[in-house]
Write a protein that binds this ligand. Structure first.
Ligand code: SF4
Ligand code: SF4
Length: 764
């Protein structure tokens, strides 16, 4: 349907003084014949919004364009029910970064208005995705985290299914004699309160508990997950083995084809069977099937395998134990030596094996391992006032108020704390000899103790157990980051995983103590509720929360190349046996990466499509080659680059007026056709600015920015065809706080381009 558009130019914020507003209005009225065009200051004011609403009613507008401040502000004010709203940034991207009353500034503003109008004209009226959805919440794991999540969701009025693999609820907290209070004065240990939580869960008529059971399989998508819960049995080991074997094969395949072109690798896809493809067999075993809207994974941690610490005496001397075994000893009331049952007088707590030691060091160390060493030293001192505890550590981490507890233990004359790397543990006669180097007291030190406790790390169970057993094309596991955790953006969205609607909490996410685990469980429950509710309204979750668009495929033109299936970071596409993608719209985060990956260009959103962006580029007016006014298209990610550019404007940083920003949902949207469109239109250079990638990635869609870099490495062919220099394209990564780099990157690129002739395609 053709859109009936109203354009509202904001003349406030210095826009009216810096631009020829009449000339700008003529672009909308004469070139595009919009139904309404008004220029006034401060359209976000209530009385001005009333004018817009009146125009919508009387002129039957279907779309409104606000040309003024950045779209990052007044988002709520400029929301009109059922009406398309587009924003043109004349403030931060034009008048606040360019000289006023200048021909180039005016041209910049006019181009942005053209791009905004053309984009709006291309909006499609597709209805939001809508299907009946479930709002119940599945919680996997009945420890402290899971109990808090289950109670939080139940208290908010949601049906909860709680699955715990052990015969009883409570997890590690049930086994530990004492925990920290988490309350002032932070110097006490108290009995765990987990019993109260268990009782509350058992008393709730909204929580259905499955103990001695695990999740056999999860199919479906947010709002419509279909979960099979099955009592423990040999199937658990078989399922984990099958899942781990499949993952190992995938990793091996990825390593084999590293560096090969994606198409070549895709052709060899059959070497590893796709997961979750084909009919789902009806269960012929004892099970319960539940339908849920969202899932909290609170499956917890397991202690790091201590057998690798042979050099520290583990497995060799019975009196070398792990911190988990120490809890079991302490739970008996009196701390005695495993070897002979004698009362323990001294313990060495080892939290570091020494940095340059070639022997294995502890993994997944955190503030929790530091606190546990302090707590267990406290156990000894409480059970034996003459006892001596030595704690050797690389980093003593006691965040927040735990510092007070650390001070309490420092003040205890029976506790010796020292930085130092433990070189080894040997037989010292009746006792064990612990050799430590680089301590605060001496270069080398040897202490004799009755017991050695190894501060083993907390390994998230999702590392080697499928836990969720997803029936997704992309495999049964929740994907992990390089550190082995399941996040999708640990800074901005701490509960999110790369599988939409599935949230992690507690120690599957990062090592945390019981106190933090409880609040984390509650937080994840709220995220799960948010997901169930937004999904029911046909809306996306973070980071494009509320977005009602979703990708649609013109499937008759699909070549089954599987790029969309492979590249979607969130596993949205399942697959038919013939390789045709099967979308699950509620799994989608609306990043548009699949849109950029599809060589057939058959994936589009109602408000974001290959054609729409291509038309915006084509609407840019390119001066002829004699004008000395080059043009550069800059594709910017809306998550970090866009706000950074806004910040540059807010700080009145000036840069070349010859650039035209084209915001993308993610740089992973980039489709090579847009580069070709730009260059064949006479645009002199193309720049891409996305989020940082690598280990500490900042990309809100996990790998979109990185994928854009990969796609650009394939641009050579296009440039060769057009006989253009490769330097006409640059790709950059920019953090949201690096706004000072914006003028530097842009002006440097313009300087590079000044070394070349103008693009010979100008005027075509
Ligand atoms: S838009 Fe993003 S999340 Fe949605 S299907 Fe495409 S790649 Fe996946
Ligand atoms: S939709 Fe596009 S990317 Fe996906 S399989 Fe089909 S052709 Fe390939």
């Amino acid at each position: 349907m053709a859109q009936k558009i109203g354009v509202y130019i904001d003349t406030g914020y210095g826009i009216g003084e810096a631009l020829d507003v009449e000339a700008l209005s003529q672009v909308a009225v004469k070139e595009y014949k919009v139904a309404v065009c008004r220029a006034e200051p401060y359209w976000s004011d209530p009385e001005k919004l009333a004018i817009i609403r009146n125009d919508i009613a009387t002129e039957e507008l279907t779309a409104v364009i606000i040309a003024g401040p950045s779209r990052r502000v007044f988002e709520k004010e400029f929301r009109f029910d059922g009406i398309i709203t587009e924003r043109v940034n004349l403030r931060e991207h034009v008048v606040w970064c360019q000289p006023p009353n200048n021909e180039d500034t005016q041209m910049l503003a006019e181009d942005y208005l053209r791009m905004g109008i053309v984009k709006t004209q291309k909006y499609d009226d597709r209805a939001p995705f809508s299907e009946a959805t479930e709002k119940a919440i599945l919680v996997i794991g009945g420890g402290v985290t899971g109990l808090h999540a289950a109670l939080g969701a139940a208290n908010a009025g949601y049906q909860v299914y709680l699955v715990e693999k052990e015969a009883e609820l409570g997890g590690w907290a049930r086994k530990y004699p004492k925990v920290f209070t988490g309350k002032p004065p932070y110097d006490e240990l108290v009995a765990s309160q987990v019993g109260e939580k268990i009782a509350a869960v058992q008393a709730s008529d909204r929580v259905k508990v499955f103990t001695g059971s695990q999740v056999y399989e999860i199919a479906g998508a947010p709002g419509m997950f279909d979960v099979i819960i099955r009592p423990n049995g040999p199937w658990v080991e078989e399922a984990n083995k099958k899942a781990n074997d499949w993952r190992a094969e995938q990793l091996a395949r990825a390593a084999r084809f590293a560096g090969e072109k994606q198409e070549a690798a895709a052709e060899k896809e059959e070497e590893v069977g796709a997961w979750g493809v084909g009919e789902r067999p009806e269960p012929d075993y004892e099970h319960t099937r539940v339908a849920v809207g969202a899932i909290v994974v609170a499956a917890g941690w397991r202690p790091e395998d201590a057998s690798k610490f042979e050099h520290l005496g583990f497995g060799k001397y019975p009196d070398v134990i792990t911190s988990v075994q120490m809890e079991e000893l302490a739970a008996k009331g009196k701390i005695t030596r495993p070897s002979d049952g004698a009362a323990v007088q001294s313990i060495a707590f080892i939290d570091c094996t020494g940095k340059d030691n070639e022997k294995p060091n502890f993994l997944y160390h955190s503030y929790v391992t530091s606190l546990v060493a302090l707590k267990q030293a406290h156990y000894l001192r409480q059970s034996n006032p003459d006892g001596r505890a030595y704690i050797f550590y690389e980093n003593m981490r006691t965040p927040g108020q735990y510092e007070k507890y650390y001070q309490t233990m420092q003040d205890d004359p029976g506790v010796f704390l020292s930085k130092g790397g433990v070189l080894g543990v040997s037989n010292g006669g009746r006792q064990l000899a612990v050799e430590v180097k680089d301590t605060l007291l001496a270069e080398r030190l040897k202490v004799s103790v009755d017991l050695v406790v190894l501060g083993v790390g907390m390994v998230p169970v999702t590392q080697d157990s499928a836990v969720v057993n997803l029936r997704y094309r992309q495999g049964p596991f929740l994907p992990v980051n390089p550190q082995g955790f399941n996040d999708s953006h640990f800074i901005c969205f701490p509960y999110e995983t790369q599988r939409t609607g599935i949230y992690t909490a507690g120690c599957v996410k990062q090592p945390m103590d019981f106190y933090q685990s409880g609040t984390d469980g509650l937080g994840a429950a709220l995220k799960a509720i948010q997901c169930a509710e937004l999904t029911a309204q046909g809306k996306a979750v973070h980071p494009r929360a509320g977005d009602q668009s979703y990708p649609e495929l013109f499937i008759t033109r699909c070549t089954q190349c599987k790029r969309c299936t492979d590249e979607c970071p969130f596993g949205m596409y399942d697959e038919k046996p013939d390789g045709t993608p099967m979308p699950n719209p509620t799994r989608c985060r609306r990043c548009g990466i699949c849109m950029g990956s599809c060589p057939e260009r058959i994936i589009s959103f109602r408000d974001h499509s290959v054609d729409m962006i291509g038309s915006m580029i084509k609407s840019i007016e390119v001066p002829d080659e004699y004008s000395e006014k080059p043009r550069v298209v800059v594709f910017i990610c809306e998550n970090d680059a866009y706000p950074a550019i806004d910040m540059a404007g807010i700080n009145r940083m000036h840069y070349s007026p010859f650039v035209r920003f084209v915001p993308l949902r993610c740089l992973g949207n980039i489709n090579l056709i847009w580069i070709a469109d730009s260059l064949s239109k006479g645009i002199d250079g193309v720049m891409l600015i996305g989020c940082k990638y690598g280990d500490d990635y900042q990309c809100h869609f996990v790998k979109g920015s990185e994928l854009a870099g990969v796609r650009m490495s394939k641009i050579t062919e296009t440039l060769q065809r057009l006989v253009l220099e490769p330097e006409r394209i640059e790709v950059h990564q920019l953090g949201i706080d690096e706004y000072a780099q914006v003028p530097v990157l842009i002006d440097k690129f313009l300087e590079t381009l000044s070394g070349f002739d103008p693009n010979p395609y100008k005027g075509f």
